[in-house]
Design a protein around this ligand. Structure first.
Ligand code: 13P
Length: 256
């Protein structure tokens, strides 16, 4: 299975800053055997789309609305994003769940909206520090995952990438803590098991599970020692083209 390395630029850069970053990506990332996706702000899509089109990179969004067209003021559909060549979208990021109060039900509609539009959803799940400390990380993630992929048919689930992003390990988290490769293995194996329960072994094996949470060029080798890591979702480190390129190189170099 092809790996997936995605840059979540969040709301950090202007259009011109995004353009300059993406140009640096394309200089440093000339070839890769994995899917490399850049997710800028909507306002930068028109600037970076032509540059990405000529490169090995793919374009992604940070969110979509679940309907394709109509009276939905302020929203952006998968159909509109495809105009820019967007092939991926992050869905249900913890920052949106927190600040925008996105529920599992809404995230589920967005996952289905992506599939309808032919966009690969990168569905984020992950527990907060409170659940981790209370020994409830597995039940938390299971509940979230089951609700967010409810109704996604067996024939479509391989089109969904699942990103495990523990909130307590994000670079911007207050009192953040490092995650160990053992902890990543435990959760990624658990996610695979849930998929197996819902679908079957073969179907579950075809779903990409990404890790996200302070991934950088210093810890990528350690993270890649974990089992069932089919990709990474990178925040802060993706704002530095050299660091992001080193992460991709490490990912490309790993034994599959
Ligand atoms: P950091 O890599 O900055 O922790 O962000 C992770 C993330 O939220 C990616 O979606």
């Amino acid at each position: 299975m092809k790996g997936l390395v995605a840059a979540n630029l969040k709301m950090n850069l202007t259009g011109q800053q995004t353009l300059s970053l993406v140009k640096n990506y394309t200089k440093l990332i000339k070839k890769t055997r994995n899917d490399v996706v850049v997710c800028p702000s909507y306002t930068a899509l028109h600037l970076v789309a032509p540059v990405i089109k000529k490169s090995k990179l793919h374009l992604g969004a940070q969110d979509i609305f679940y309907e394709q067209k109509g009276a939905f003021t302020g929203e952006i559909s998968g159909a509109l994003l495809k105009e820019f060549g967007c092939k991926f979208s992050i869905i249900g990021h913890s920052e949106r769940r927190n600040y925008l109060k996105e529920s599992d039900e809404l995230v589920n509609l967005k996952v289905k909206g992506c599939l309808k539009a032919g966009i690969t959803p990168i569905l984020c799940v992950g527990e907060d520090a409170y659940s981790r400390d209370g020994g409830e990380s597995f039940s938390f993630v299971e509940k979230q995952l089951r609700a967010c992929i409810a109704g996604v048919e067996k024939k479509n689930i391989h089109k969904v990438a699942i990103a495990y992003e523990p909130i307590w390990a994000l670079s911007t988290s207050a009192n953040r803590r490092d995650i160990t490769s053992r902890e990543i293995t435990q959760m990624h194996n658990y996610i695979r098991k849930i998929l197996k329960d819902i679908y079957d072994v073969r179907t579950a094996a075809g779903v990409r599970i990404l890790y996200g949470g302070s991934v950088n060029d210093q810890n990528i080798d350690e993270i890649l020692k974990a089992e069932n890591v089919n990709g990474v979702l990178v925040g802060a480190a993706s704002l530095d083209a050299k660091k992001f390129a080193r992460i991709i190189a490490a990912f490309d170099a790993r034994k599959q």
